[in-house]
Design a protein. Structure first.
Lengths: 396, 258
């Protein structure tokens, strides 16, 4: 789906300082070399299976299905992966690639902390140095993950500029990478940034959708009718969707964070409220003002609190292949509590956005329809924040 | 008519950068006049951006102050109209792709030509993505300035061959900001550029004062100073024009006999 310059329709590209151009070219060449290399893939698959615990389960949510009274709901349990989210799929791939390229140091941005934890984990596993940038606002929201990263041997650097959230952490990573390229790989956590990152991250996350296809064929002997995943930058969503893009009967739904509502300024719903722009290395949709200044977005979920979306999602939106809906904080928190009570699974607040849409749509569908919701991560990290949201002050 | 080449007709050129609207547009106007009166040969006018990924802390701070003060692309255009009555040296805008793109690239560039802006520097638009902006610039007679970095290596000839106005030679890895030492072998980069183009070259990133300016100017046709000027604005606020005038003289004096 990618043309040679990393375009998805009009989206994508490589809008970065000249200083980084040879670094991304070198990365693209290395990726092109290793992606079909049997030895590399054997090594990566062994890590994914033996270390990260793949394949992740496709679980029939019987009580949820019966309670909602409509379509049959399956949950793709990325929350059961080592480190608790889908992020590890991409990180193991990139870290291994970086190591093959002779890099000894990984830098990464993180929002909720899941990508930072995954990167710190891979760095520990492969004996690499690790530096994670995290907005100071997010460090407070996700204090537990900050400590986890430090425990894993990573340095966590707080970013105070801008809104002190994910976008500022990405900016800081780009600045750091321009100053130290030789030994450093920027382990980008989502399907965003300059080419080849959106393609590399998608390919490493595509395992989610491939497994769904195979597992559902075994259980039901057919394709699902709808796939639902949450979207910040959009890596678990594209991973879920990618193997089904050609299967036109399968409806693809991405759930953006509406924050306090798409009619307020406190939102992070990029497709629903943004417009075309160029930022963080890519042409795509961004929340911005009339002069192109990037908007200070908001969501209860640190992982979806980003003013842009990956270029392939923008393209899927343009051609009408995927639909992007906005889910508010309130709806996500209700889904968080609902899944905990109904299935005994505490989902990440990010994933709760996808679950919230499933709760809305399933009752409107016939009982012979099948929905697969990707539970991108587990919610332990969010428990204290949700308690605060409900007016209870507990310590992390 | 003013053109970028004018900047390189008075010995080694001193190219000065200032962030528009830091802390307000009145100050920027007085700073521009002071720069021009004290020997600057070309002025880069920074249009602030919310997330300037190529800038170090000093210019990031200027961007934040300017946006907090309420400047917009349109109020900056109006300021240029006012200042153009007195200032005759070439001026270019330096900003980020999204500022131009969101305004409408053709509309933005057309307005630049009308108000007497000679070029555009977009640090997040490398050679491969020029096509989004180059045709509009070409049509309106603006130079889209090309940048060469210490990591450009085999890319130098390709970039230099397409260069318009001047080649912006990035002296060091990393973001903008003053440095105590510039360790890059700048001379070999400028020599490689010169093999491929006759367009003048100016070196920027990290130049803090007259001594460093002189060292760098040996290798090129001019030097670019940004953060050191912005720091004077940060320190002196609305009274920055005076100290910036003195600073400008010191830089121009240090390079003019080369």
């Amino acid at each position: 789906m990618t043309n040679p310059r990393g375009r998805f329709g009009i989206h994508g590209g490589q809008y970065i300082p000249e200083t980084l151009m040879n670094a991304v070219i070198e990365l693209e060449e290395a990726y092109d070399h290793y992606k079909d290399d049997p030895e590399f893939n054997a090594e990566l698959n062994s890590l994914l299976n033996e270390y990260a615990g793949r394949p992740s389960r496709l679980y029939y949510a019987k009580r949820m299905t019966e309670d909602l009274g409509g379509a049959k709901i399956y949950l793709k349990r990325e929350d059961l992966n080592h480190t608790g989210a889908h992020k590890i799929n991409n990180v193991l791939g990139q870290a291994l690639l970086a190591k093959k390229m002779g890099k000894t140091r990984l830098i990464a941005e993180t929002g909720a902390g899941q990508h930072g934890v995954a990167t710190a984990t891979a760095a520990a596993l492969l004996g690499m140095e690790c530096l994670v940038y995290m907005g100071v606002e997010d460090m407070e929201r996700q204090a537990l993950n900050v400590y986890r990263m430090r425990l894993l041997g990573a340095e966590v650097r707080g970013v105070e500029t801008g809104t002190g959230t994910l976008k500022d952490a990405v900016s800081e990573c780009m600045r750091e990478w321009t100053s130290r390229i030789d030994d450093t790989h920027y382990c980008l956590g989502s399907v965003m940034g300059p080419h080849p990152f959106p393609t590399i991250v998608r390919d490493f996350q595509a395992v989610i959708g491939k497994e769904i296809k195979q597992q559902l064929a075994e259980k039901e002997g057919r394709l699902p009718d709808m796939l639902i995943a949450c979207v910040g930058g959009g890596s678990n969503a594209i991973g879920t969707f990618y193997d089904f893009i050609k299967d036109e009967s399968v409806e693809l739904v991405g759930c953006e964070a509406a924050g306090r509502g798409i009619d307020t300024f406190e939102t992070a719903a990029t497709i629903n409220t943004g417009k075309l722009g160029i930022f963080h290395g890519m042409k795509s949709y961004f929340c911005q003002n009339e002069y192109g200044q990037i908007a200070p977005v908001y969501s209860i979920s640190a992982g979806l609190d980003y003013p842009g979306i990956g270029p392939e999602h923008s393209w899927l939106h343009d051609i009408g292949r995927a639909k992007y809906v906005a889910i508010t904080d309130d709806e996500a928190v209700e889904a968080f509590e609902y899944l905990s009570r109904t299935e005994g699974i505490i989902p990440a607040i990010e994933s709760s956005h996808a679950l919230a849409y499933a709760m809305k749509v399933a009752p409107t569908m016939d009982k012979d329809k099948i929905i697969v919701v990707t539970v991108s991560g587990r919610g332990d990290k969010d428990v204290a924040a949700i308690a605060r949201y409900r007016g209870e002050d507990i310590h992390d | 008519m003013t053109e970028i080449a004018d900047a390189f007709r008075n010995g080694k050129a001193f190219i000065a950068f200032v962030t528009c609207g830091d802390p307000d547009l009145g100050t920027t106007e007085s700073v521009i006049k002071s720069l021009a009166a004290n020997g600057a040969d070309l002025i880069e006018l920074g249009i602030p951006f919310s997330d300037p990924t190529a800038e170090g802390p000093v210019i990031q701070g200027a961007n934040e102050r300017a946006l907090a003060g309420g400047v917009t692309t349109d109020t900056i255009f109006d300021m240029v109209v006012r200042v153009r009555k007195d200032v005759k040296i070439p001026m270019v805008f330096m900003t980020y792709a999204n500022v131009v793109f969101s305004y409408g690239t053709e509309r933005f560039v057309k307005r630049c030509a009308e108000i007497g802006i000679q070029g555009l520097i977009l640090p997040d638009v490398p050679f491969e993505e020029r096509e989004d902006f180059a045709p509009a610039c070409e049509k309106e007679g603006l130079s889209l300035i090309s940048m060469v970095a210490p990591t450009s290596a085999d890319r130098i000839s390709m970039i230099a061959k397409e260069a318009k106005g001047f080649v912006y030679v990035v002296s060091s890895l990393g973001v903008t900001g003053t440095r105590t030492n510039i360790s890059t072998d700048v001379g070999s980069i400028t020599a490689e550029i010169r093999k491929n183009t006759d367009v003048p070259m100016a070196i920027g990133f990290g130049i803090s004062g007259p001594e460093q300016a002189r060292k760098m100017a040996v290798h090129a046709d001019g030097v670019i100073v940004g953060s050191a000027i912005v720091r004077l604005v940060e320190k002196h606020g609305r009274d920055a024009a005076g100290p910036i005038g003195e600073f400008t003289k010191s830089i121009k004096d240090a390079i003019s006999d080369l």
